[in-house]
Design a protein around this ligand. Sequence first.
Ligand SMILES: Nc1ccn([C@@H]2O[C@H](COP(=O)(O)OP(=O)(O)OP(=O)(O)O)[C@@H](O)[C@H]2O)c(=O)n1
Ligand SMILES: C[C@](O)(CO)[C@H](O)COP(=O)(O)O
Length: 229
Amino acid sequence: MDYQVIIPAAGQGKRMGVGKNKLLLELQEQPVILHTINVFLHDQNCKGIILVIQPDDERIFKELLKTRPMKEKIKTVYGGTERQFSVYNGLQAVENTEIVLVHDGARPFIKLSVIHQLVEKAHRHGAAIAAVPVKDTIKKVDQHQVMETVERSSLWQVQTPQAFRFSILFRAHQQAHRENFLGTDESSLVERLGYSVNVVTGDYDNIKLTTPEDLYFAEAILKKRSVMK
Ligand SMILES: Nc1ccn([C@@H]2O[C@H](COP(=O)(O)OP(=O)(O)OP(=O)(O)O)[C@@H](O)[C@H]2O)c(=O)n1
Ligand SMILES: C[C@](O)(CO)[C@H](O)COP(=O)(O)O
């Protein structure tokens, strides 16, 4: 089943602390953002990629994409000050698709099998997200004091991709915009409209590169993959 994907890549990478967009850092001699985009470029079911960038990064992203095969699938738009605003800008550039995915540029290890399950679930149910069960014990803490140990059997760590019928996600973003609601993922906007969201079991390798130690994990994942090839 065909789909289009919005890839938000307009963040500042403040928690990575490298003084530039972390998606331009290299993993095995290739910028993080290319690892992410390549997955979708090579997927025949992906009919369009909306890459959301900061104006300051435009020149460098254009240069990176110049030699990519099938680069005509990529449309570039500018992002906003928050991830949600970047995705909203991306949504406005999507044309003619039943299913739209949102996938963080900062998650370069997404697998095609998960993408395809999400697309099918979104087609059938309207909304689907990738997530993995929480592995640690979770506690609520206030000022370094434990308030509560949370029952974890129903807790899942949510990732991207998140897949939706375009009409649902667009409406959810419009409503969030009108009501000044800011969520940390797309699903939270859709949940507010009363839709149920399907959960596809993702992959613990699908990490988001957020803080410096994530780069070590990323190198380890790439190494494991090259050994398994
Ligand atoms: N205004 C923003 C903020 C984030 N993102 C993108 O959303 C994804 C997930 O965000 P996060 O990991 O929080 O990235 P940053 O915002 O760059 O990180 P930080 O919060 O540490 O500055 C990243 O691919 C990032 O580029 C975006 O497109 N526009
Ligand atoms: C959407 C997301 O990847 C789900 O885990 C995440 O919430 C985005 O990251 P942020 O750091 O909250 O912007």
